[in-house]
Design a protein around this ligand. Structure first.
Ligand SMILES: C[S@@+](CC[C@H](N)C(=O)[O-])C[C@H]1O[C@@H](n2cnc3c(N)ncnc32)[C@H](O)[C@@H]1O
Length: 303
C-alpha cells in the first residue's frame, strides 16, 4: 500500500500555513502577479468565487500595505456562495456570481465606478460526471466574463481559472475578441498533474456598438448576442473549421524555477520537535456542519 496523505504533505499547503494564507491558492495569484504585474495602478478590484479568501488576502496586502492606499482610495469586493471571515479592507458579498443581482450589488459598492481588475478562481462542486463538470466550469467562467464586461474599465485586466478541456479554443476565441492579449498561464504552485490553468486577459476593449447589460432570465448566449464573440453571432468561429484560423493562446509557465514543485510532497518528521500548525482560518460554515449536527441528533441512520 502506498503512503497515506497523512504521512506526506504538500509543500505549498505547509508554506501557506507558515505565511498566514488561508489557502495554498494564494501562491497562484502571487506567481501570476510576478509574471504579469497584475496589480500595477489597480485601485478597484473584484475577487469572484473568493472563499475562504487567500486571493483577497493577497489583494488586501498589496493594495493597502505595499501600495499604501487608504480605504477610501482602494476598494476590494469579494464574492462567494460561502460566507467569508472578514479581511482588512475587503467588502465580502455572499452571493451567486451567476445571478444578475450580484452585479448590481458590486456596482453599488463601487458607487458606479468601473473596476480595474477582476479575478475569478471559481470551481463548482465536482459531480464526478466528467462532461457535466466540464460544462458547469465553462458556465461559471462565462458568468464571470459576463460580470466582467459590465464592471471592467476599458484597458482593465481579467484573470480566471480554467480547465484546459476540449472546448478551450472557443473560449480563447471569444476572449480575444474582448481583450488585446489573452495568455494561458500555469503557475508553478498549480499541480502539474491537473488540467487547471489561468487565462490572463489584458487590455479590455468593449465591442463597439454593444453595451453589456445583465438581465434576469437571459442566457449567456443571449447576453453575448451583438458582441460578436463566437457562439451566438459568428458560427464560422464556433466550428473552427480551419486550423489556421484557430486562436491559440500563448502558454506561459510562471513562478520562479527555484520555487518548490507543486506535485512534490515531503515526509513528516516523526520526531518530538515537529510543530503542528493549525489552519490559518477555520471554515466559517462548512457543508459538513449539518451532517455533524444530524449525526449528533441521531438523524443519520445507516439503512
Ligand atoms: C477554489 S475556491 C476559491 C479559492 C479562493 N480563490 C481563495 O484563494 O481562497 C472556489 C470557490 O468558488 C465558489 N463558487 C462556486 N460557484 C460559485 C458561484 N456560482 N458563485 C459564487 N461563488 C462560487 C465556491 O464556493 C468556492 O469557495
Amino acid at each position: 500500500m502506498g503512503k497515506s496523505s497523512k504521512d506526506k504533505r504538500d509543500l505549498y499547503y505547509r508554506r501557506a500555513k507558515e505565511e498566514g494564507w488561508r489557502a495554498r491558492s494564494a501562491f497562484k495569484l502571487l506567481q501570476l502577479n510576478e509574471q504579469f504585474q497584475l496589480f500595477k495602478d489597480v485601485k478597484r478590484v473584484v475577487d469572484l468565487c473568493a472563499a475562504p479568501g487567500s486571493w483577497s488576502q493577497v489583494l488586501s496586502r498589496e493594495l493597502y500595505q505595499t501600495q499604501k492606499n487608504s480605504h477610501d482610495e482602494a476598494k476590494i469586493v469579494a464574492v462567494d456562495l460561502q460566507p467569508m471571515t472578514p479581511i482588512d479592507g475587503v467588502t465580502t458579498l455572499q452571493a451567486d456570481i451567476t445571478h444578475p443581482k450580484t452585479l448590481v450589488k458590486i456596482m453599488d459598492i463601487f458607487g458606479g465606478e468601473p473596476a480595474d481588475f477582476v479575478c475569478s478562481d471559481g470551481a463548482p462542486d465536482v459531480t464526478g460526471l466528467h462532461d457535466l463538470d466540464e460544462y458547469l466550469q465553462a458556465q461559471l467562467i462565462l458568468s464571470a466574463l459576463q460580470l466582467t464586461t459590465c464592471l471592467l474599465k476599458p484597458g482593465g485586466t481579467f484573470v480566471a481559472k480554467i480547465f484546459r478541456g476540449r472546448d478551450i479554443d472557443l473560449l480563447y476565441a471569444q476572449l480575444s475578441y474582448l481583450f488585446d492579449k489573452v495568455v494561458c498561464a500555469k503557475p508553478r504552485s498549480s499541480r502539474g498533474t491537473s488540467l487547471e490553468a489561468f487565462i490572463v486577459c489584458i487590455g479590455y476593449k468593449p465591442r463597439e456598438g454593444w453595451t453589456p447589460k445583465l438581465e434576469l432570465n437571459k442566457s449567456a448566449e443571449e447576453f453575448f448576442e451583438g458582441a460578436n464573440i463566437g457562439r451566438s453571432d459568428n458560427l464560422k468561429f464556433f466550428e473552427l473549421p480551419d486550423p489556421e484560423e484557430r486562436v491559440i493562446a500563448n502558454f506561459i509557465a510562471c513562478g520562479d524555477l527555484s520555487d518548490v514543485d507543486s506535485d512534490a510532497t515531503y515526509t513528516l518528521d516523526a520526531s518530538e520537535s515537529r510543530v503542528v500548525l493549525d489552519p490559518v482560518q477555520m471554515p466559517t460554515s462548512p457543508p459538513y456542519k449539518l451532517a455533524l449536527e444530524m449525526k449528533r441528533r441521531g438523524d443519520l441512520v445507516r439503512r
